[in-house]
Design a protein. Structure first.
Ligand code: AMP
Length: 563
């Protein structure tokens, strides 16, 4: 086996998969015997950290030491939890989840003699919502780094799900709509699968819309019912213990309603008790607007897909992924809206399995390139370019290197094409040449949302003042699909400063190049074209964890026992 793992680092649950000796992706159970691990971290002491179901169950007793839904804060500036004497960033909290799921997986594989005792795995691919921007992706990568992992790549959840699906018996071409409703995020994507490629056409979604909001509606309803039944005017939700208990019972009731028509919920508050009977009908009406929001986002994504030549009629199948799609109202609603058949596809495991497939392919390619480089004397960069341009025949390369020509059921030259989920641009003046007079600032989007990756664009801009010394190129990401957008629609993610030679007149041309690679990393090059002065900048996000915080977090994790 290739020593790689695929990790679905979910808002509510995480899951790990590997590729077994027959080439099939398989989910690995954690040490509690579960296929998915609650993404909940309990800092029992500074050096004792518990992750998963025991942590989730400790939330009622230790609400201040237990952290849930960390993914919702990923990549957010200033997000920290002060727990057990340290300020914990989302990167650090997530690193404990990664540490737990990977070490449990390694132990399980050792137990099954698939790994030798003492042998470990550090190469992983982690998934994130398609909707994640650069800061969130970078934070996910850093979480892996803190956990001591070598993150080969961060890939989109719907792409991973399609990859797992595409490996099934899809021998013909088909267009699928992936509707992925997890615990904290909603992703929707249109994906074109052929026997030799998986191409993401369009993505959309909302990273704060997930099963948790369905739970919250139950909690609010139960609190109102408690007040009605007992006549109490107290806010029972302000009591952390009652709230934590209700969070667990609301989720239990929601899951029960996926199979039955009613679910009982018991409430205890300062010795007073109430029993609330929630029916599926009431639950559906309490949460109808949330479901409608997913439909609205789906329609918006479909409009963009239509503009790229993929109309609704082209959808062959709708795949439901993510634990929350088990709620029967989801299938019903989608069936009402679309005529394509709806299929629930391995809702808890598909994403981790797809990540494992991707990790396996990536590690295979690294091996292929390394072997071929040794044999031919060509550089890895050169070989990658030959593969990308189609100059090299990968099948032949694999034969020469004595490597299999099939990787996990697909041919080695299967192409995986992704799109960017955000637009990237810079602030410019609307009238590009100063002679036009007016100087209104606009967000000029160089690369538009849903453009195929890698994406490159070169654009000419002009200096505004005579003898201008520098030009600051501010880079913003946004969800706007317009080339010229309002600057307030964007979020600044970094900047590059271009030093200019003396004596340039106003209106001197500057060439700016944006290159967004397959992994969503942005590179920027600016050239002053009169004298060919160049600045190159790679975008570290403005909200990235500092080096000092990163090494402190690594030290704390190294000193801790993670259970
Ligand atoms: P995921 O992030 O894909 O693991 O999805 C987790 C979400 O799915 C959580 O909000 C769970 O409460 C929810 N979920 C899991 N099983 C069910 C079920 N049977 N019915 C409704 N929701 C579920």
């Amino acid at each position: 086996m290739n020593r790689v793992l695929g990790i679905d680092l979910g808002t509510t649950y995480s899951c790990v998969a590997y590729i077994d000796s027959s080439g099939k992706p398989v989910v690995i159970k954690n040490s509690e015997g579960e296929l998915t691990t609650p993404s909940v971290v309990f800092f029992e002491s500074p050096t004792n950290v518990v992750v998963g179901t025991p942590a989730k169950e400790s939330a009622t007793l230790y609400p201040d030491e237990v952290i849930s839904f960390v993914k919702n804060r990923m990549g957010q500036a200033g997000a920290v939890w002060n727990v057990q004497g340290a300020e914990r960033t989302p990167e650090e909290v997530s690193s404990y989840i990664l540490k737990k799921v990977v070490s449990d997986a390694v132990k399980a594989l050792q137990g099954e003699n698939k790994l030798a005792p003492g042998e470990t795995i550090t190469d992983v691919v982690i998934t994130c919502p398609a909707y994640f921007g650069i800061a969130e992706r970078e934070a996910t990568r850093k979480a892996g780094e803190i956990a001591g992992l070598n993150v080969l790549n961060i890939i989109n959840e719907p792409t991973a799900a399609a990859l797992a699906y595409g490996l099934g018996d899809v021998n013909e071409e088909r267009v699928v709509l992936v509707y992925d409703l997890g615990g904290g995020t909603f992703d929707v994507a249109m994906i074109h699968i052929t026997p030799s490629s998986i191409k993401v056409i369009c993505t959309g979604g909302d990273h704060s819309l997930g099963g948790k909001l369905w739970d919250d509606r139950i909690i609010e309803y139960v609190a109102q019912e408690f007040a009605r039944q007992t006549g109490s005017t107290e806010d029972i939700l302000s009591d952390p213990e009652t709230f934590q208990e209700l969070m667990l019972s609301a989720e239990r009731a929601k899951k029960m309603l996926s199979a039955r028509d009613r679910a009982p919920i018991a409430v205890n508050y300062k010795g007073e008790r109430a029993r609330v009977e929630l029916t599926r009908e009431v639950f559906d009406s309490l949460t109808e607007d949330l479901l409608e929001r997913t439909m609205l986002l789906t329609r918006q994504m479909l409009e963009e897909a239509a503009a790229k030549g993929y109309s609704i009629e082209r959808i062959d199948e709708i795949l439901l992924v993510g634990g929350s799609t088990r709620m029967p109202q989801i299938t019903r609603r989608i069936q009402k809206e679309f005529s394509a058949p709806v299929k629930m596809f391995d809702p808890d495991e598909a994403v981790a399995k797809g990540a494992a497939i991707y990790a396996n392919r990536q590690s295979y390619f690294a091996q292929l390139i390394e072997k071929t480089a040794q044999e031919t004397g060509k550089s890895p960069k050169e070989l990658r370019e030959e593969i990308r341009s189609g100059k090299a025949d990968i099948q032949e390369m694999a034969r020469q290197a004595n490597l299999p020509t099939d990787v996990v059921g697909a041919s080695v030259d299967m192409n995986i094409v992704n799109v960017t989920s955000r637009s990237f641009g810079t602030i410019a003046f609307k009238s590009v040449t100063p002679q036009d007079g007016e100087q209104e600032e606009v967000l000029f989007n160089m690369i538009l949302k849903n453009t195929e990756l890698p994406a490159r664009r070169v654009q000419e801009f002009y200096t505004v003042a005579p003898n201008q010394k520098t030009v600051t190129i501010r880079v913003l990401e946004s969800l706007s699909s317009e080339e010229m957008a309002d600057p307030c629609e964007g979020t600044e993610i970094g900047e590059a400063v271009l030093e200019l030679p003396d004596g340039l007149p106003a209106g001197s041309p500057l060439q700016i190049e944006f290159l967004l690679n397959e992994n969503g990393l942005l590179e920027l090059t600016a050239t002053e074209t009169t004298h060919h002065q160049e600045v190159r900048a790679r975008f570290e996000t403005a909200d990235a964890i500092s080096e000092a915080d990163l090494s402190a977090a690594k030290q704390r994790l190294a000193d801790a026992m993670v259970l």
